[in-house]
Design a protein around this ligand. Sequence first.
Ligand code: URA
Length: 440
Amino acid sequence: MTGAEAEALAVRPAELIERKRDGEELSRNEIREFVLAYVRDEIPDYQMAAFCMAVFFRGLSAAETHALTDAMVQSGETIDLSALGRRVVDKHSTGGVGDKASLVIGPVVAACGVPFAKMSGRGLGHTGGTLDKLESIPGMRIDLGQDEFIQQVRQTGMAIIGQTGDLVPADKRLYALRDVTATVDNVSLIASSIMSKKIAAGADAIVLDVKVGDGAFMKTLEAARELAQAMVDLGREAGREVVCELTDMDQPLGHAVGNALEIREAVETLHGEGPPDLRELVLSAAGHLLALSDLGVDAEEGRARAEAAIGDGAAHVAYERWIRAQGGDPDLEALPSAPVARDAPAPTDGYVQAIATTNVGRASLRLGAGRMTKDDPIDHAVGIVCCAKRGDRVEAGAPLASVYAADETAAARAVAELQACYQVGPEPPEPHPVILDIVR
Ligand code: URA
Protein backbone atom coordinates (compact mmCIF):
# COMPACT_ATOMS: atom_id res chain seq x y z
CA MET A 1 0.00 0.00 0.00
CA THR A 2 1.34 3.46 -0.86
CA GLY A 3 1.40 6.30 1.68
CA ALA A 4 -1.28 8.14 -0.24
CA GLU A 5 -3.61 5.08 -0.19
CA ALA A 6 -2.97 4.61 3.54
CA GLU A 7 -4.11 8.16 4.10
CA ALA A 8 -7.30 7.40 2.15
CA LEU A 9 -8.33 5.11 5.03
CA ALA A 10 -9.57 6.90 8.12
CA VAL A 11 -7.79 4.38 10.36
CA ARG A 12 -4.34 2.81 9.96
CA PRO A 13 -4.87 -0.94 9.34
CA ALA A 14 -2.23 -1.89 11.93
CA GLU A 15 -4.00 0.19 14.57
CA LEU A 16 -7.30 -1.46 13.82
CA ILE A 17 -5.74 -4.94 14.02
CA GLU A 18 -4.08 -3.98 17.32
CA ARG A 19 -7.37 -2.75 18.82
CA LYS A 20 -9.15 -5.97 17.79
CA ARG A 21 -6.21 -8.02 19.13
CA ASP A 22 -6.66 -6.25 22.48
CA GLY A 23 -10.39 -7.05 22.55
CA GLU A 24 -11.83 -3.63 21.67
CA GLU A 25 -15.10 -3.32 19.77
CA LEU A 26 -14.60 -1.65 16.37
CA SER A 27 -17.10 0.74 14.88
CA ARG A 28 -19.34 -0.13 11.95
CA ASN A 29 -17.48 2.32 9.75
CA GLU A 30 -14.05 1.01 10.67
CA ILE A 31 -15.03 -2.53 9.73
CA ARG A 32 -16.64 -1.37 6.51
CA GLU A 33 -13.60 0.65 5.42
CA PHE A 34 -11.23 -2.15 6.31
CA VAL A 35 -13.14 -4.77 4.26
CA LEU A 36 -13.75 -2.52 1.25
CA ALA A 37 -10.11 -1.37 1.22
CA TYR A 38 -9.04 -5.03 1.24
CA VAL A 39 -11.21 -5.76 -1.80
CA ARG A 40 -9.69 -2.71 -3.57
CA ASP A 41 -6.23 -4.23 -2.89
CA GLU A 42 -5.34 -1.37 -0.59
CA ILE A 43 -4.79 -3.72 2.34
CA PRO A 44 -2.50 -6.73 1.80
CA ASP A 45 -3.39 -10.34 2.64
CA TYR A 46 -1.01 -10.41 5.61
CA GLN A 47 -2.88 -7.62 7.38
CA MET A 48 -6.28 -9.18 6.67
CA ALA A 49 -4.91 -12.55 7.90
CA ALA A 50 -3.74 -10.88 11.13
CA PHE A 51 -7.18 -9.28 11.52
CA CYS A 52 -8.92 -12.66 11.04
CA MET A 53 -6.64 -14.23 13.65
CA ALA A 54 -7.44 -11.41 16.08
CA VAL A 55 -11.16 -12.03 15.40
CA PHE A 56 -10.62 -15.77 15.85
CA PHE A 57 -9.31 -15.23 19.40
CA ARG A 58 -11.33 -12.17 20.45
CA GLY A 59 -14.58 -12.78 18.56
CA LEU A 60 -16.89 -10.11 17.16
CA SER A 61 -19.87 -8.53 18.90
CA ALA A 62 -23.28 -8.84 17.24
CA ALA A 63 -22.92 -5.26 15.95
CA GLU A 64 -19.46 -5.98 14.51
CA THR A 65 -20.69 -9.21 12.86
CA HIS A 66 -23.55 -7.25 11.31
CA ALA A 67 -21.13 -4.56 10.06
CA LEU A 68 -18.82 -7.19 8.57
CA THR A 69 -21.73 -8.92 6.79
CA ASP A 70 -23.00 -5.61 5.41
CA ALA A 71 -19.56 -4.65 4.14
CA MET A 72 -19.19 -8.02 2.44
CA VAL A 73 -22.59 -7.62 0.73
CA GLN A 74 -21.58 -4.12 -0.41
CA SER A 75 -18.28 -5.39 -1.83
CA GLY A 76 -20.01 -6.58 -5.03
CA GLU A 77 -23.26 -6.88 -6.96
CA THR A 78 -26.54 -8.01 -5.43
CA ILE A 79 -29.37 -9.81 -7.17
CA ASP A 80 -32.86 -8.37 -7.28
CA LEU A 81 -35.44 -11.14 -7.61
CA SER A 82 -38.44 -8.85 -7.18
CA ALA A 83 -39.16 -9.06 -10.93
CA LEU A 84 -40.41 -12.60 -10.25
CA GLY A 85 -43.31 -11.09 -8.29
CA ARG A 86 -43.26 -13.96 -5.79
CA ARG A 87 -41.62 -14.75 -2.47
CA VAL A 88 -38.49 -16.65 -3.53
CA VAL A 89 -36.89 -19.23 -1.24
CA ASP A 90 -33.32 -20.53 -0.91
CA LYS A 91 -31.53 -23.16 1.15
CA HIS A 92 -27.96 -23.54 2.33
CA SER A 93 -25.94 -26.09 4.26
CA THR A 94 -22.81 -25.31 6.26
CA GLY A 95 -21.16 -28.32 4.62
CA GLY A 96 -21.13 -32.05 5.24
CA VAL A 97 -20.28 -35.50 3.89
CA GLY A 98 -22.79 -37.04 1.47
CA ASP A 99 -25.00 -33.96 1.66
CA LYS A 100 -26.98 -34.03 -1.57
CA ALA A 101 -30.13 -32.59 0.06
CA SER A 102 -30.33 -29.45 -2.14
CA LEU A 103 -30.62 -31.63 -5.26
CA VAL A 104 -33.83 -33.10 -3.82
CA ILE A 105 -35.21 -30.11 -1.89
CA GLY A 106 -35.07 -27.74 -4.92
CA PRO A 107 -37.27 -29.93 -7.19
CA VAL A 108 -39.66 -30.80 -4.32
CA VAL A 109 -40.21 -27.12 -3.52
CA ALA A 110 -40.53 -26.20 -7.22
CA ALA A 111 -43.04 -29.03 -7.70
CA CYS A 112 -45.11 -27.46 -4.89
CA GLY A 113 -45.25 -24.20 -6.89
CA VAL A 114 -42.67 -22.15 -4.94
CA PRO A 115 -39.77 -20.46 -6.76
CA PHE A 116 -36.40 -21.80 -5.58
CA ALA A 117 -33.29 -19.79 -6.53
CA LYS A 118 -29.96 -20.97 -5.19
CA MET A 119 -26.31 -20.19 -5.71
CA SER A 120 -24.06 -22.99 -4.55
CA GLY A 121 -20.41 -23.59 -3.89
CA ARG A 122 -17.78 -26.18 -4.57
CA GLY A 123 -16.36 -28.75 -2.17
CA LEU A 124 -14.48 -27.32 0.77
CA GLY A 125 -11.96 -29.33 2.75
CA HIS A 126 -13.39 -32.81 3.34
CA THR A 127 -16.96 -31.66 2.49
CA GLY A 128 -18.59 -32.00 -0.92
CA GLY A 129 -20.02 -29.17 -3.02
CA THR A 130 -23.33 -29.06 -4.89
CA LEU A 131 -21.70 -27.56 -8.00
CA ASP A 132 -19.23 -30.44 -8.26
CA LYS A 133 -22.11 -32.91 -7.94
CA LEU A 134 -24.11 -31.13 -10.65
CA GLU A 135 -21.13 -31.15 -13.00
CA SER A 136 -21.17 -34.96 -13.04
CA ILE A 137 -24.33 -34.62 -15.17
CA PRO A 138 -23.29 -34.47 -18.84
CA GLY A 139 -23.99 -31.03 -20.37
CA MET A 140 -25.05 -29.40 -17.09
CA ARG A 141 -24.30 -25.64 -17.02
CA ILE A 142 -23.75 -23.97 -13.69
CA ASP A 143 -22.43 -20.66 -14.98
CA LEU A 144 -25.68 -18.85 -15.83
CA GLY A 145 -25.61 -15.05 -15.84
CA GLN A 146 -27.94 -13.05 -13.60
CA ASP A 147 -30.65 -12.52 -16.24
CA GLU A 148 -30.59 -16.15 -17.33
CA PHE A 149 -30.80 -17.22 -13.66
CA ILE A 150 -33.91 -15.12 -13.05
CA GLN A 151 -35.47 -16.17 -16.35
CA GLN A 152 -34.95 -19.85 -15.55
CA VAL A 153 -36.55 -19.51 -12.11
CA ARG A 154 -39.51 -17.79 -13.79
CA GLN A 155 -39.92 -20.48 -16.47
CA THR A 156 -38.81 -23.64 -14.66
CA GLY A 157 -39.55 -22.82 -11.04
CA MET A 158 -35.96 -23.30 -9.93
CA ALA A 159 -32.26 -22.87 -10.64
CA ILE A 160 -29.09 -23.91 -8.85
CA ILE A 161 -25.99 -22.23 -10.25
CA GLY A 162 -22.50 -21.10 -9.26
CA GLN A 163 -22.03 -17.71 -7.68
CA THR A 164 -22.05 -15.08 -10.42
CA GLY A 165 -18.70 -13.32 -10.92
CA ASP A 166 -19.05 -10.24 -8.78
CA LEU A 167 -21.27 -11.53 -5.97
CA VAL A 168 -19.56 -10.91 -2.60
CA PRO A 169 -15.96 -10.69 -3.87
CA ALA A 170 -14.88 -9.96 -0.29
CA ASP A 171 -15.94 -13.47 0.73
CA LYS A 172 -14.18 -15.09 -2.21
CA ARG A 173 -10.89 -13.54 -1.11
CA LEU A 174 -11.46 -13.82 2.62
CA TYR A 175 -12.52 -17.45 2.45
CA ALA A 176 -9.42 -18.47 0.48
CA LEU A 177 -7.29 -16.58 3.01
CA ARG A 178 -9.05 -18.10 6.04
CA ASP A 179 -8.68 -21.56 4.51
CA VAL A 180 -4.87 -21.30 4.66
CA THR A 181 -4.50 -19.29 7.90
CA ALA A 182 -6.45 -21.56 10.30
CA THR A 183 -9.24 -18.99 10.71
CA VAL A 184 -12.22 -20.83 9.18
CA ASP A 185 -14.01 -22.12 12.26
CA ASN A 186 -15.07 -18.92 13.97
CA VAL A 187 -18.79 -18.32 14.42
CA SER A 188 -18.78 -14.64 13.33
CA LEU A 189 -16.59 -15.31 10.29
CA ILE A 190 -18.69 -18.29 9.16
CA ALA A 191 -21.99 -16.48 9.82
CA SER A 192 -20.94 -13.38 7.86
CA SER A 193 -19.47 -15.49 5.03
CA ILE A 194 -22.66 -17.52 4.56
CA MET A 195 -25.19 -14.76 5.20
CA SER A 196 -23.47 -12.17 2.99
CA LYS A 197 -23.80 -14.59 0.05
CA LYS A 198 -27.42 -15.49 0.87
CA ILE A 199 -28.42 -11.83 1.28
CA ALA A 200 -26.66 -10.80 -1.95
CA ALA A 201 -28.29 -13.68 -3.86
CA GLY A 202 -31.70 -12.11 -3.26
CA ALA A 203 -34.08 -14.74 -1.83
CA ASP A 204 -36.73 -13.55 0.64
CA ALA A 205 -36.62 -16.59 2.88
CA ILE A 206 -33.87 -19.06 3.61
CA VAL A 207 -33.66 -22.42 5.37
CA LEU A 208 -30.18 -23.05 6.71
CA ASP A 209 -28.93 -26.52 7.52
CA VAL A 210 -26.27 -26.19 10.21
CA LYS A 211 -24.42 -29.49 10.37
CA VAL A 212 -23.25 -30.74 13.75
CA GLY A 213 -20.79 -33.50 14.57
CA ASP A 214 -17.57 -35.16 13.50
CA GLY A 215 -18.03 -34.44 9.78
CA ALA A 216 -19.09 -30.79 10.28
CA PHE A 217 -17.30 -27.49 11.00
CA MET A 218 -19.40 -27.21 14.20
CA LYS A 219 -18.54 -30.16 16.41
CA THR A 220 -21.00 -29.50 19.25
CA LEU A 221 -24.69 -28.60 19.49
CA GLU A 222 -23.79 -25.58 21.59
CA ALA A 223 -21.46 -24.15 18.91
CA ALA A 224 -24.04 -24.95 16.20
CA ARG A 225 -26.78 -23.13 18.14
CA GLU A 226 -24.59 -20.06 18.48
CA LEU A 227 -23.86 -20.06 14.73
CA ALA A 228 -27.54 -20.62 13.90
CA GLN A 229 -28.68 -17.74 16.12
CA ALA A 230 -26.06 -15.41 14.60
CA MET A 231 -27.28 -16.26 11.07
CA VAL A 232 -30.97 -15.91 11.96
CA ASP A 233 -30.22 -12.46 13.45
CA LEU A 234 -28.21 -11.35 10.40
CA GLY A 235 -31.04 -12.45 8.12
CA ARG A 236 -33.61 -10.57 10.17
CA GLU A 237 -31.51 -7.39 10.11
CA ALA A 238 -31.39 -7.68 6.31
CA GLY A 239 -35.18 -8.19 6.09
CA ARG A 240 -34.96 -11.93 5.31
CA GLU A 241 -36.74 -14.70 7.13
CA VAL A 242 -34.40 -17.47 8.20
CA VAL A 243 -35.05 -20.84 9.83
CA CYS A 244 -32.03 -22.93 10.90
CA GLU A 245 -32.17 -26.67 11.25
CA LEU A 246 -29.36 -28.25 13.25
CA THR A 247 -28.75 -31.65 11.69
CA ASP A 248 -26.63 -34.69 12.44
CA MET A 249 -23.23 -34.99 10.75
CA ASP A 250 -21.86 -37.76 12.97
CA GLN A 251 -22.34 -40.01 9.97
CA PRO A 252 -22.62 -39.30 6.23
CA LEU A 253 -26.08 -38.20 5.07
CA GLY A 254 -27.69 -41.10 3.19
CA HIS A 255 -25.29 -43.70 1.83
CA ALA A 256 -23.52 -42.16 -1.17
CA VAL A 257 -20.44 -39.93 -0.94
CA GLY A 258 -19.03 -38.74 -4.28
CA ASN A 259 -20.50 -36.76 -7.11
CA ALA A 260 -22.29 -39.05 -9.62
CA LEU A 261 -23.09 -41.52 -6.83
CA GLU A 262 -24.85 -38.72 -4.94
CA ILE A 263 -26.85 -37.68 -8.01
CA ARG A 264 -28.13 -41.27 -8.27
CA GLU A 265 -29.14 -41.27 -4.60
CA ALA A 266 -30.82 -37.87 -4.94
CA VAL A 267 -32.91 -39.19 -7.86
CA GLU A 268 -33.82 -42.34 -5.88
CA THR A 269 -35.02 -40.05 -3.09
CA LEU A 270 -37.10 -38.04 -5.56
CA HIS A 271 -38.71 -41.37 -6.53
CA GLY A 272 -39.55 -42.01 -2.85
CA GLU A 273 -36.89 -44.70 -2.51
CA GLY A 274 -34.08 -42.83 -0.80
CA PRO A 275 -32.43 -43.49 2.58
CA PRO A 276 -34.62 -42.55 5.59
CA ASP A 277 -32.27 -39.89 7.04
CA LEU A 278 -32.01 -38.04 3.71
CA ARG A 279 -35.76 -38.28 3.15
CA GLU A 280 -36.47 -36.94 6.65
CA LEU A 281 -34.08 -34.01 6.19
CA VAL A 282 -35.61 -33.20 2.79
CA LEU A 283 -39.21 -33.30 4.05
CA SER A 284 -38.42 -31.18 7.08
CA ALA A 285 -36.48 -28.53 5.11
CA ALA A 286 -39.07 -28.46 2.30
CA GLY A 287 -41.86 -28.11 4.90
CA HIS A 288 -40.14 -25.06 6.42
CA LEU A 289 -39.43 -23.56 2.97
CA LEU A 290 -43.08 -23.88 1.95
CA ALA A 291 -44.12 -22.33 5.29
CA LEU A 292 -41.82 -19.36 4.56
CA SER A 293 -43.19 -18.99 1.02
CA ASP A 294 -46.30 -17.13 -0.12
CA LEU A 295 -48.43 -20.30 -0.15
CA GLY A 296 -49.88 -19.45 3.26
CA VAL A 297 -49.30 -22.90 4.80
CA ASP A 298 -47.60 -23.93 8.03
CA ALA A 299 -44.58 -26.27 8.21
CA GLU A 300 -46.78 -29.32 8.85
CA GLU A 301 -48.92 -28.68 5.76
CA GLY A 302 -45.71 -27.83 3.85
CA ARG A 303 -44.26 -31.19 4.77
CA ALA A 304 -47.45 -32.98 3.71
CA ARG A 305 -47.33 -31.21 0.32
CA ALA A 306 -43.64 -32.12 -0.08
CA GLU A 307 -44.45 -35.75 0.67
CA ALA A 308 -47.27 -35.70 -1.88
CA ALA A 309 -44.99 -34.17 -4.54
CA ILE A 310 -42.55 -37.05 -4.09
CA GLY A 311 -45.36 -39.63 -3.91
CA ASP A 312 -47.14 -38.59 -7.13
CA GLY A 313 -43.96 -38.12 -9.20
CA ALA A 314 -44.26 -34.30 -9.52
CA ALA A 315 -40.91 -33.75 -7.77
CA HIS A 316 -39.11 -36.03 -10.22
CA VAL A 317 -40.76 -34.28 -13.17
CA ALA A 318 -39.56 -30.94 -11.69
CA TYR A 319 -36.02 -32.39 -11.39
CA GLU A 320 -35.91 -33.45 -15.04
CA ARG A 321 -37.30 -30.08 -16.17
CA TRP A 322 -34.65 -28.25 -14.13
CA ILE A 323 -31.71 -30.38 -15.33
CA ARG A 324 -32.79 -30.01 -19.00
CA ALA A 325 -33.21 -26.22 -18.56
CA GLN A 326 -29.53 -26.03 -17.56
CA GLY A 327 -28.45 -28.17 -20.53
CA GLY A 328 -28.02 -31.42 -18.60
CA ASP A 329 -29.06 -34.96 -19.45
CA PRO A 330 -31.26 -36.23 -16.58
CA ASP A 331 -30.94 -39.88 -17.64
CA LEU A 332 -29.04 -41.74 -14.88
CA GLU A 333 -27.45 -43.95 -17.56
CA ALA A 334 -25.60 -40.85 -18.80
CA LEU A 335 -23.72 -40.44 -15.48
CA PRO A 336 -20.09 -41.60 -15.35
CA SER A 337 -19.30 -44.92 -13.60
CA ALA A 338 -16.01 -45.90 -11.97
CA PRO A 339 -14.14 -48.88 -13.50
CA VAL A 340 -13.30 -50.58 -10.18
CA ALA A 341 -15.75 -51.47 -7.38
CA ARG A 342 -14.58 -53.12 -4.12
CA ASP A 343 -16.24 -53.78 -0.77
CA ALA A 344 -14.81 -52.93 2.65
CA PRO A 345 -15.91 -55.96 4.75
CA ALA A 346 -16.84 -55.84 8.45
CA PRO A 347 -14.02 -57.38 10.54
CA THR A 348 -16.46 -58.92 13.02
CA ASP A 349 -20.17 -59.35 13.82
CA GLY A 350 -21.78 -56.49 15.74
CA TYR A 351 -23.45 -53.10 15.54
CA VAL A 352 -22.03 -50.03 13.81
CA GLN A 353 -21.39 -47.76 16.78
CA ALA A 354 -19.69 -44.82 15.09
CA ILE A 355 -18.44 -43.70 11.67
CA ALA A 356 -15.49 -41.28 11.51
CA THR A 357 -17.27 -38.99 9.08
CA THR A 358 -14.50 -36.50 8.33
CA ASN A 359 -12.29 -39.45 7.43
CA VAL A 360 -14.97 -40.88 5.12
CA GLY A 361 -14.97 -37.47 3.40
CA ARG A 362 -11.18 -37.54 3.18
CA ALA A 363 -11.17 -41.09 1.77
CA SER A 364 -13.58 -39.92 -0.93
CA LEU A 365 -11.36 -36.91 -1.60
CA ARG A 366 -8.29 -39.14 -2.01
CA LEU A 367 -10.22 -41.34 -4.47
CA GLY A 368 -10.49 -38.18 -6.59
CA ALA A 369 -14.04 -37.04 -5.76
CA GLY A 370 -12.75 -33.73 -4.38
CA ARG A 371 -9.73 -31.49 -4.65
CA MET A 372 -6.52 -31.80 -2.65
CA THR A 373 -5.41 -28.43 -4.02
CA LYS A 374 -7.56 -25.66 -5.41
CA ASP A 375 -6.96 -26.45 -9.10
CA ASP A 376 -7.14 -30.26 -9.00
CA PRO A 377 -9.55 -31.83 -11.52
CA ILE A 378 -12.36 -33.95 -10.09
CA ASP A 379 -13.22 -37.54 -11.01
CA HIS A 380 -17.01 -37.41 -10.92
CA ALA A 381 -17.40 -41.20 -11.12
CA VAL A 382 -15.53 -42.21 -7.96
CA GLY A 383 -16.67 -42.29 -4.34
CA ILE A 384 -18.03 -44.43 -1.55
CA VAL A 385 -21.36 -45.98 -0.67
CA CYS A 386 -21.66 -46.45 3.10
CA CYS A 387 -23.88 -49.54 3.04
CA ALA A 388 -23.92 -49.80 6.86
CA LYS A 389 -25.05 -46.82 8.94
CA ARG A 390 -24.86 -46.15 12.66
CA GLY A 391 -26.94 -48.69 14.59
CA ASP A 392 -27.03 -51.25 11.75
CA ARG A 393 -26.27 -54.87 12.64
CA VAL A 394 -23.48 -56.33 10.45
CA GLU A 395 -22.10 -59.85 10.03
CA ALA A 396 -18.34 -60.44 9.76
CA GLY A 397 -17.36 -60.22 6.08
CA ALA A 398 -20.49 -58.31 5.00
CA PRO A 399 -19.79 -54.94 3.34
CA LEU A 400 -19.57 -51.91 5.59
CA ALA A 401 -19.02 -49.76 2.52
CA SER A 402 -18.42 -50.11 -1.21
CA VAL A 403 -15.61 -48.20 -2.89
CA TYR A 404 -15.81 -46.95 -6.50
CA ALA A 405 -12.32 -46.14 -7.75
CA ALA A 406 -10.32 -45.29 -10.83
CA ASP A 407 -7.88 -48.21 -10.30
CA GLU A 408 -7.07 -51.15 -8.01
CA THR A 409 -4.43 -49.27 -5.98
CA ALA A 410 -6.81 -46.43 -5.11
CA ALA A 411 -9.55 -48.95 -4.29
CA ALA A 412 -7.32 -50.99 -1.94
CA ARG A 413 -6.23 -47.85 -0.06
CA ALA A 414 -9.81 -46.62 0.30
CA VAL A 415 -11.00 -50.06 1.53
CA ALA A 416 -8.39 -49.94 4.33
CA GLU A 417 -9.27 -46.32 5.15
CA LEU A 418 -12.98 -47.12 5.37
CA GLN A 419 -12.48 -50.13 7.60
CA ALA A 420 -10.63 -47.78 9.96
CA CYS A 421 -13.58 -45.33 9.84
CA TYR A 422 -16.10 -47.87 11.17
CA GLN A 423 -16.35 -48.76 14.83
CA VAL A 424 -18.23 -52.05 15.24
CA GLY A 425 -19.11 -53.33 18.73
CA PRO A 426 -21.44 -55.75 20.55
CA GLU A 427 -24.04 -53.19 21.69
CA PRO A 428 -26.24 -50.95 19.50
CA PRO A 429 -25.50 -47.23 20.04
CA GLU A 430 -28.07 -44.76 21.40
CA PRO A 431 -30.23 -43.73 18.41
CA HIS A 432 -30.33 -40.04 17.57
CA PRO A 433 -32.45 -38.26 15.00
CA VAL A 434 -31.21 -36.45 11.91
CA ILE A 435 -32.92 -33.17 12.90
CA LEU A 436 -31.43 -32.20 16.24
CA ASP A 437 -32.97 -28.78 16.81
CA ILE A 438 -34.57 -25.79 15.07
CA VAL A 439 -33.51 -22.18 15.64
CA ARG A 440 -35.63 -19.33 14.31
N1 URA B 1 -19.37 -22.08 4.28
C1 URA B 1 -19.18 -20.79 3.87
O1 URA B 1 -19.72 -20.36 2.86
N2 URA B 1 -18.39 -20.00 4.60
C2 URA B 1 -17.78 -20.41 5.74
O2 URA B 1 -17.08 -19.63 6.36
C3 URA B 1 -17.97 -21.76 6.16
C4 URA B 1 -18.79 -22.57 5.40
